[in-house]
Design a protein around this ligand. Structure first.
Ligand code: PLP
Length: 430
């Protein structure tokens, strides 16, 4: 149990006095140190971290190989930007080229998820010379103006921010559990494509659409896994009209779902793929990858960045990806994810307020419902608070905040997974 909180209170008071309070913090914990699956606060309390800083520290906090790579690189070269080439930038791009599925062989390094989404959209617009973008309901792509415009997981993120970039049209994401036909997933996918037909017939000519942008699994929108037929059908529709398919793997990449990238579960190729979060175990780095045949049409200097591909972040990425590969952490995510979801589905049998347990690998969502089956934020909030009382950090997501998401490190041990399940058993009691 959490004991003292004296220093925590002091720091939170100081935070209030100096930090722009638009930055919401999800738990009243002042972290001091991280190691593996645990965070330690300034009062010495220890927390099992099932958030990994929102899906970032995929190989655990302060993995020794990442720490070593960062230390070594920081002593050698911290920054040059585009004033010179540098070795770690090139090695990171070679590695991303190697692990990116399909024919994606041209890499641009940036700093954050939003920044790589911006780059992907700019590339798609430039190479197609078309203005329109189609996104999907429940999506989250970031906080910049373009990314806000593309985000539909909650109005809250873009309320009062109009005008936003125009020519964005939204189609329904096949969210089977909350659909009109929850027992017929294919009918839900059919409905998405019927609505895309409506868009193309009544809102925008498909020849004016540069790109579809889609998350392979909705992240912030509720950890929603679409039926397997959705993305192949979207790929076919994109091909029919010469539309770029942008797959946003910012949250689902780097072993999280049981493959290096979630799209690899399906026989689908992206034209452009975005990645960030789990790329460098916590160092700020992101990338968008595409095909050289496309990026060669984009003249040098049309896009750029000062900090993107910083040598220290690249060194961390190379170390982190090596650990994911050498320790077979994607397979570990599949195995542990299946075990945890099986246990959670069993738990849900005695918890009528857990409407669905879903996910892929270690991207696991529990959707909470009220007595009428409606989305219940009340339940989610209660579970998050009870987990915190039991020294475990979890996050919520979903349009109404009705989903608990579990995003542990892929290095979570069997006993840590058991401990997490025990805490969830307590936290979900009526
Ligand atoms: N895309 C997806 C799928 C995300 O989940 C996020 C962040 O949660 C982003 C983009 C934006 O990333 P960032 O917060 O690093 O800008």
């Amino acid at each position: 149990m959490v004991t003292t909180k004296a220093k925590t209170k002091e720091y939170i008071d100081r935070d209030k006095a100096c930090v722009n309070q638009v930055l919401s913090r999800l738990a009243p914990v002042v972290a001091e140190r991280g190691e593996g699956s645990y965070l330690y606060d300034v009062d010495g309390n220890k927390y099992l971290d099932m958030t990994t800083g929102i899906g970032v520290t995929n190989i655990g906090h302060c993995h020794p190989r990442v720490v070593e790579a960062v230390r070594e690189q920081a002593g050698e070269l911290i920054h040059t930007s585009v004033t010179t080439y540098h070795r770690k930038y090139i090695e990171t791009c070679e590695k991303l080229q190697e692990i990116s599925p399909g024919r994606l062989d041209s890499v641009f390094l940036a700093n954050s998820g939003a920044e790589c989404v911006e780059g992907a959209i700019k590339l798609a617009k430039y190479v197609t010379n078309r203005p329109g973008i189609i996104n999907f309901l429940g999506s989250f792509h970031g906080r910049t103006h373009m990314c806000m415009a593309l985000t539909t997981s909650k109005l809250y993120y873009k309320d009062m921010m109009e005008p936003l970039p125009p020519a964005i049209y939204t189609a329904p994401f096949p969210y089977v559990f909350r659909s009109m036909t929850p027992d017929n997933p294919e009918a839900v996918v059919d409905e998405t494509f019927r609505q895309l037909d409506v868009l193309f017939n009544q809102f925008i000519n498909p020849k004016q659409v540069a790109a579809f942008i889609v998350e392979p699994i909705l992240g912030e929108g509720g950890y929603v896994v679409p039926p397997d037929s959705f993305l192949p059908r979207l790929r076919a529709l994109a091909d029919k009209h010469g539309i770029m398919l942008i797959i946003d793997e910012v949250q689902s990449g780097f072993g999280r779902t049981g493959k290096m990238f979630a799209i690899e579960h399906l026989d689908v190729e992206a034209d452009i793929m975005t990645m960030a979060k789990g790329i460098a175990d916590g160092m700020p780095l992101s990338a968008f990858v595409s095909r050289k045949e496309l990026t060669d049409k984009w003249p040098a200097g049309r896009h750029g960045t000062t900090f993107g591909g910083n040598p220290v972040a690249c060194a961390a990425a190379l170390a982190s990806i090596a650990v994911i590969e050498e320790e077979n952490l994607a397979e570990r995510a599949t195995k542990l994810g299946e075990e945890m979801m099986t246990a959670l589905r069993k738990l849900a049998e005695s918890r009528p307020h857990i409407g669905e347990v879903r996910g892929r690998g270690l991207m696991i969502g529990l959707e909470f419902c009220d007595k009428d089956g409606k989305p219940s934020k009340e339940w989610t909030d209660k579970v998050v608070a009870r987990c915190l009382e039991n020294n475990m950090l979890i996050l919520s997501c979903g349009q109404a905040g009705q989903v608990v998401r579990l995003i542990p490190p892929l290095t979570l041990s069997d006993s840590e997974a058991e401990k997490a399940l025990e805490i969830l058993e307590i936290a979900t009691r009526d």
